[in-house]
Design a binder for this molecule. Structure first.
Ligand SMILES: Nc1nc2c(c(=O)[nH]1)N[C@H]1C(S)=C(S)[C@@H](COP(=O)(O)O)O[C@H]1N2
Ligand SMILES: [Mo]
Length: 210
């Protein structure tokens, strides 16, 4: 018998893995392209598109840092099949952003935009979940540059590509449009529990025509 440490049992950990995923110790860096350089005086976080009042919202880094801070403990599932469990993400919840910048009633999807034009689309219902978070911190420490400093999105119930690092804005949309990886063969919805990895698995209604 193995001694049970203070961390949870191996069985408990394995039960948290979506199908086809394996446990990852440590935190690898996974993304396409270079790590952007943070320029505090040029940085802003924008909410635009179909807002309720038609106006954009814009926060400087200082203003964004002063928004309500909360934490969520959640797992990260990469479609390349590793999962990192029990990260504590700190930052501004997606629900807080929606409250500060309400979408128009006919908004169905959001596009989350990051540096260099990286983007990911989400259904509004996936975006507006209690655990979706614009994270600035992990386990109490500010994010490092390669993990998305100053802000990355985490949407724990979807594959991790749905959470851009280096986020710069949110676009409210009244129709769905594919983001960066969704245009390049990845599933439009990306539920790891249903193993929605690739766009060829999509059912009618899961996404816009390819
Ligand atoms: N801007 C940007 N964000 C991104 C990606 C990317 O290519 N560009 N890759 C995603 C993928 S596929 C994963 S698995 C996670 C990895 O986050 P990590 O490097 O902090 O582990 O970032 C996501 N966010
Ligand atoms: Mo990934």
């Amino acid at each position: 018998m193995e001694p049970m440490g203070q961390s949870e049992s191996r069985e408990g950990e394995l039960a948290k893995l979506p199908p086809g995923q394996r446990l990852q110790r440590g935190w690898p860096v996974t993304h396409y392209g270079p790590v952007p350089k943070f320029k505090p005086d040029r940085w802003e976080f924008r909410v635009f598109g179909a807002t309720a009042d038609g106006d954009k919202r814009c926060w400087t880094h200082e203003e964004f840092s002063a928004l309500p801070y909360s934490t969520v403990v959640a797992d990260l599932h990469c479609v390349t099949k590793f999962s990192m469990l029990d990260a504590e993400w700190g930052g501004v919840s997606a629900l807080a952003i929606v409250e500060l910048a309400p979408p128009a009633p006919d908004v169905t999807h959001v596009m989350v935009w990051a540096e260099y034009g990286f983007s990911s689309n989400l259904r509004l219902t996936d975006f507006m979940t209690e655990t979706a978070m614009f994270a600035t911190h992990k386990d109490g420490e500010p994010l490092t540059a390669e993990h998305g400093f100053p802000v990355r999105l985490v949407v724990p119930h979807l594959y991790a590509w749905k959470g851009p690092k280096w986020v710069r804005g949110v676009e409210y949309m009244t129709a769905d449009r594919r983001g960066f990886w969704e245009e390049r063969g990845y599933h439009n919805i990306g539920d790891p529990w249903a193993e929605q990895r690739y766009s060829y698995q999509e059912e009618p209604g899961d996404g816009p025509e390819l």
